[in-house]
Design a protein around this ligand. Structure first.
Ligand SMILES: NC(=O)c1ccc[n+]([C@@H]2O[C@H](COP(=O)([O-])OP(=O)(O)OC[C@H]3O[C@@H](n4cnc5c(N)ncnc54)[C@H](O)[C@@H]3O)[C@@H](O)[C@H]2O)c1
Length: 429
């Protein structure tokens, strides 16, 4: 099938490449000329395991191409996915200006029937506006709007796309339904067919639920710390109950990234606008914000005055296996430390290039040992696998003080204490 994906970011590039891998002819469109030029020169703008090889393979087979020319892409495609960003406005609303812009451009360039699919995460009822704006800009050509929210996770995006738990298709015509089912059939995954509004809500509700699980276990972790319980054991015991499940019960410094913070905010806002206030989600946000403050307090408790102390940060990305630093808790912690006059050294296996732009006064190092060397304390902010394998005896000798504050609970507290570290984590003091 001939398809176009408008917006070649984490979602657009991964889905476009995977659709090409499934045998479709895919045109990925973006209005960022540098990004398209890089992709046409074989340079992948994001780090995502396995992506570079898959892009290369499908470009070679002429199934995948990159362009800034939306007109051409629309004309050549039957199904057009919208995968542009939907960042938060200051008031928490999703900023839908890019969706509007793309919808208008698609409408103006349609020559034959098209299915226009929202893949970006959008508030419920966005489809109505997409349809409205498209009709306003083209009242001659027939089209359908559909919703197909994306559930891939950065770091395992290709596997998530190729082996999804489910595919959600929000449709309102048999024609659109048939085309989308045909497109996804090779994945052999369960397909949930809904109306468009339900599909839009499924995405916001899913992300908000996962964020709730994280804040829930973090709130439990804080109780554990007061009474000498171990949140890891509590999560284990809870998670074995099939109704609860162990996933997303990892206590730590809280969620970040480009999705959870903005999607929870947007869901709160749309619920408010519809007169159905979602106070529970406000509490989820509060707990998440507090987790960063609590970790910062732990650093202060270990060192007292932070002015002129050197703090080593391990991990900048919001989670492992990605270079994405959007709303990464590490960024907030580093800014808070700098605010107190501390000197901050940091290392991340993939995310340092992005971080350098927004944290010019942080000393970025070649590896974890360089960060630890001479630091007054080491703070774990991202659970990269390589941090779990550090030579801790070496770390202990090169740190100025053997202090580790572990915001991701990657080490065993008993072992760390036995080794002579002053070790603090989340939910097990
Ligand atoms: N990143 C994730 O893990 C993830 C997962 C599921 C869903 N989502 C959702 O998917 C959407 C996209 O997220 P992302 O992380 O890929 O964003 P991104 O910022 O990485 O990519 C968006 C791309 O859209 C391009 N763009 C913006 N306006 C455009 C226009 N008018 N014409 C053409 N291109 C345009 C930008 O240049 C950018 O390359 C968001 O709604 C997000 O919430 C993201």
């Amino acid at each position: 099938m001939n398809i176009a994906i408008v917006g070649t970011g984490y979602v657009g590039l991964v889905s476009g490449t995977c659709f090409a891998e499934l045998g479709n002819t895919v045109i990925c469109v973006d209005n960022n000329e540098q990004k398209i030029a890089d992709l046409n020169n074989g340079k992948i703008p994001i780090y995502e395991p396995g992506l570079e090889e898959l892009v290369k393979k499908n470009r070679k087979k002429k199934r995948l191409s990159f362009t800034c020319n939306i007109k051409d892409a629309v004309k050549k495609s039957k199904v057009i996915f919208i995968a542009v960003g939907t960042p938060p406005k200051d008031n928490g609303d999703a900023d839908l200006r890019y969706i509007e812009d793309v919808s208008r451009n698609i409408a103006r360039n349609m020559n034959t029937y098209k299915v226009v699919v929202e893949k970006s995460t959008v508030p419920v009822e966005t489809n109505k506006w997409v349809k409205y704006i498209m009709r306003l800009n083209n009242n001659k050509i027939d089209f359908d709007v559909a919703s197909n929210p994306e559930f891939l996770k950065e770091g395992s995006a290709i596997a998530d796309f190729m082996h999804p738990d489910r595919i959600v298709l929000g449709v309102e015509s048999e024609k659109a339904k048939k085309l989308l089912i045909q497109l996804y059939k090779p994945l052999k995954a369960p397909i949930v067919i809904t109306n468009i509004q339900s599909a839009e809500i499924i995405k916001h509700a899913s992300n908000s639920f996962l964020a709730t699980k994280i804040s829930f276990i973090n709130a439990v972790a804080n109780i554990c710390e007061k009474v000498g319980a171990d949140v890891e054991q509590v999560a284990e015991g809870m998670g074995m109950d099939k109704r609860i499940g162990r996933n997303f019960l990892n206590a730590g410094v809280g969620y970040g990234g480009s999705c959870f913070p903005k999607d929870v905010k947007a869901f709160i806002r749309i619920a408010e606008k519809l007169g159905c206030g979602f106070e529970m989600l406000k509490e989820v946000e509060r707990v998440n914000e507090d987790q960063k403050k609590l970790l910062f307090k732990k650093i202060e408790q270990a060192l007292w005055i932070l002015n002129e102390k050197t703090i080593g940060i391990l991990g900048v990305a919001f989670k492992p296996d990605t270079d994405d630093i959007r709303s990464a808790p590490a960024i907030d912690i580093m800014k808070m430390l700098q605010g107190e006059g501390a000197h901050v050294k940091a290392y991340d296996p993939k995310a340092m290039e992005h971080a350098k732009d927004i944290l010019p006064n942080v000393e970025f190092c070649k590896n974890a040992y360089e960060v630890a060397k001479g630091a007054d304390a080491l703070v774990i902010m991202t659970e990269w696998p390589e941090f779990k394998k550090l030579n801790l005896s070496k770390i202990k000798t090169i740190l100025h003080h053997p202090i580790i504050i572990d915001g991701r609970n990657i080490f065993n507290p008993a072992k760390m204490k036995k080794m002579g570290f002053k070790y603090t984590n989340v939910g097990n003091l």
